[in-house]
Design a protein around this ligand. Sequence first.
Ligand SMILES: Nc1ncnc2c1ncn2[C@@H]1O[C@H](COP(=O)(O)OP(=O)(O)OP(=O)(O)O)[C@@H](O)[C@H]1O
Ligand SMILES: [Mg+2]
Length: 243
Amino acid sequence: MTAPALHLTGDLCLGGRRLCPGLNLHCAAGTWTVLLGPSGVGKSSLARLIAGLPCPAHLTGGIAADDGMALAGRVTLMAQTDQLLPWADALANVTLGARLRGDRPDPDRALALLGRVGLEGHADRRPATLSGGQRQRLALARTLMEDRPIVVLDEPFSALDAATRATMQDLAAEVLQGCTVILITHDPLEAARLGTGAWLLDPTGATPLGLPATRAPRPVSDPATLAAQADLYRRLMTPDHAA
Ligand SMILES: Nc1ncnc2c1ncn2[C@@H]1O[C@H](COP(=O)(O)OP(=O)(O)OP(=O)(O)O)[C@@H](O)[C@H]1O
Ligand SMILES: [Mg+2]
């Protein structure tokens, strides 16, 4: 499946309240678009809307793919909370999507992915017996298992230590090559590493953010990455988000 570009337009509203007005977001095909912004502005709501899941918020314009085809069946979401099945072991959680669709699960690929997220030997463990970071990596493996052209990652690395985070970022970039990825994060370094485009959402609207033109994922210690991180911090700390 070829990954389309996405276009999100309109006011993001919750009840009678506008969380983030005047969206005109373009997410380029086959690249990572990063969404940053203060807690409560509506990032996870937007993630659910892109994934076609029930959500108390709505977008007055809409969400469209540039190939004109519906999004249904083409999006996978790694939600902000891990959404793991507590009664299922790690392997069953990673293969859940296939089983829900009535497809034949691919245990070899699932075990390989468990290994890649550092959970080799943990296939028979239930989520409650794993650490927070291990559960997040299990949820990541489940997302990477899905073969969808559009992938929404809602703070997917937030529970990880710095070194593991960088490794998981590289893994996700490798596995999701060619996908249109929307990454929600509070981490400017993560945005600077992974984003081709980036937007700051706040109650006044969405503002495009500058990122290096070099190919992502960028090395953590690359001067351009660090300069972009510093610039993003500055933008996030500036109340009116002036350039
Ligand atoms: N199920 C719900 N019912 C009613 N209001 C909700 C629900 N979920 C979220 N909200 C409200 O919607 C708004 C946006 O929430 P959302 O989770 O999208 O924010 P966010 O930008 O992802 O925040 P964070 O960075 O803290 O994850 C908030 O005001 C929140 O209180
Ligand atoms: Mg959120």
